[in-house]
Design a protein around this ligand. Structure first.
Ligand code: UDP
Ligand code: MG
Length: 337
């Protein structure tokens, strides 16, 4: 275990083999995949020259998953199983895993064998190079076309919102340094999207190409509705943009209404009163007030958004270490002559 203020090795430095590795895997009804997953994972862990642990989080599975996981734990003391009381969703399961793992480096992956466990050593290598977060990039994604399109859009939006561009925010084959995991856990968010949250706290982020296999057993737990839900959570969780857009629309509508009024006035001065003039004037007044209502809603939204930011309690900054002499508070002493 590293001490709290430990700084990651610099680029190209020798890896610190005293650091420990945790592999965190959320599991929801994956009984058909678990035996193969564990067999492959065991082989991979055998090749890593560091102490490892595997934390399986059973996310309320209704099939044989939990029994299988407990069997792994009984056979191998590197395995821990966190059993959730019911199905809470992949990201909540990940958070539960984060809270219950101890490694200096934490690797996450899916249980359905779409993420090859054999890529784990490369993720760890990239962390050794001094990155806080390493994301997997499934360049050749083996999913349905609609999933690939949805995910491309999702990655664009997430990159813009988080401010850290990445090709693949949806890939769960990722690695994190301990301080990032601790911060994500400390946020204790109800609708967290772990990769985005982690990136927003990282100084150095890298992406490496990883393999992706088709799902051969079990079925995907995500449909379009659940994906849309995830995206909405993400957008509202990271920005007040939708509220801002409302205010801006309001201002634009009012502005157009004022323009219309000016045109009507000009028209009347030039050509004298017209028959439909009153109707148009009414329109412009109406639009003006519709715009104002939008603006008012947006302003109320701003305040609600601020309250939201406050109650969310995400840290505004994170101190990793304090360097220099702090045995005395000399900075506050008046120099004696
Ligand atoms: N998962 C979970 N809880 C859920 C849904 C999924 O723990 O409510 C796990 C699932 O067992 C798998 C991973 O999250 O290990 C990814 O799920 P899935 O393969 O269904 O997602 P997809 O690959 O289709 O995005
Ligand atoms: Mg999958």
């Amino acid at each position: 275990m590293s001490s709290p203020g430990k700084i990651s090795p610099l680029f190209g430095a020798r890896p610190d083999t005293s650091e420990t590795i945790s592999v965190v895997i959320p599991v929801y009804n994956e009984a058909s995949n678990l035996p193969t997953l564990w067999a492959r994972l065991e082989r991979v862990l055998g090749g890593i020259e560091r102490a490892c642990e595997v934390v399986f989080v059973d996310d309320g599975s209704t099939d044989d998953s939990l029994r299988l996981l407990r069997e792994f734990a009984a056979r191998d003391k590197r395995v821990r199983v966190v059993e959730l009381a019911r199905n809470f969703g992949q990201h909540s399961a990940l958070l539960a895993g984060f809270r219950n793992c101890r490694g200096d480096i934490v690797v996450t992956l899916d249980a359905d064998l779409q993420n090859p466990p054999e890529d784990i050593p490369r993720l760890i290598e990239a962390i050794d190079e001094g990155n806080d977060v390493v994301g997997g990039w499934r360049e050749e994604r083996q999913d349905r076309t609609y999933r690939r399109l949805a995910s491309r859009m999702h990655n664009r939006v997430t990159s813009a919102i988080v401010g850290v561009p990445m090709h693949d925010y949806g890939c769960m084959l990722r690695a994190y340094r301990r301080h990032i995991v601790d911060t994500v856990v400390a946020c204790d968010e109800k609708a967290a999207f772990v990769p985005a949250l982690a990136n927003s706290f990282a100084k150095r982020v890298a992406e490496i190409r990883v393999g992706h296999a088709e799902r051969t057993a079990g079925e995907s737990k995500y449909n379009l509705f659940r994906l849309a839900h995830l995206s909405l959570n993400l957008i509202t969780g990271f920005s007040n943009f939708p509220i801002r857009a409302l205010s801006l629309t309001g201002i634009a509508i009012s502005f157009l209404a004022a323009l219309l009024a000016a045109i009507l006035l000009g028209h009347r001065l030039l050509y004298g009163p017209q028959q439909e003039g009153a109707l148009w004037t009414l329109f412009s007044v109406l639009f003006f007030f519709v715009g104002m209502i939008f603006l008012a809603l947006g302003l109320i939204g701003e305040y609600v958004g601020r309250i939201y930011l406050e109650v969310r309690r995400r840290p505004t900054y994170i101190v990793r270490a304090v360097h220099g002499d702090h045995t005395t508070d000399s900075a506050f002493e008046t120099p004696r002559r």
